[in-house]
Design a protein around this ligand. Structure first.
Ligand code: HEC
Length: 141
């Protein structure tokens, strides 16, 4: 009897944590949208399509660069990006300044851009931002 109860509570816990993960992404995206509107959309457009005509800024919507791994997006917002970057087979050679926000804010804005406009990618936690920040400080020493 006790064993059955234990199994049920383990299942309950499993379901609860799965639901929490989804909630995390949804809640993070809602916060991220506000941050995106406040800063990023000025350069990447409200619909994330970028100012591609004169190659002023690359798109985030459908960006293979942003979606192929977590690291590209994390590095771009944490430390800025300059020099040549290829997004969907098009070369951009401009500069984006680093975004001086908290780990939480950077994870929120990345979760928003990686999961909006048809984009779909894995959740990025504030801890992952913190790790990348620390790693850079180590190598800069
Ligand atoms: C001042 C303009 C500007 C702002 C503000 C800006 N970006 Fe960028 N962003 C750029 C430019 C220009 C590049 C390309 C840099 C290069 O050519 O090396 C870029 C590149 C990127 C890339 C990598 C390339 C791609 O398209 O996948 C990502 C991801 C990105 N930006 C996300 C963001 C996010 C998220 C914000 C807001 C937190 C933001 N940017 C704010 C101008 C900007």
């Amino acid at each position: 009897m006790n064993k059955i109860i234990l199994q049920f509570s383990a299942l309950g816990l499993f379901l609860a944590t799965s639901a929490l993960q989804d909630n995390n992404l949804e809640a993070s995206k809602i916060r991220g949208e506000k941050l995106y509107t406040g800063l990023c959309q000025g350069c990447h457009k409200p619909d994330g399509s970028g100012y591609t005509k004169n190659k002023l800024s690359p798109p985030l919507a459908g960006s293979d660069y942003l979606l192929k791994n977590k690291e590209n997006g994390i590095q771009a917002v944490l430390f800025g990006l300059k020099g040549k970057v290829i997004v969907n087979d098009v070369e951009y050679d401009r500069a984006m300044p680093p975004v001086k926000w908290t780990d939480q804010e950077l994870s929120d804005v990345l979760n928003y851009v990686r999961n909006t406009w048809g984009n779909k990618a894995s959740f990025i936690s504030p801890e992952e931002i913190a790790e990348a920040r620390e790693k850079k400080q180590e190598t800069d020493k």
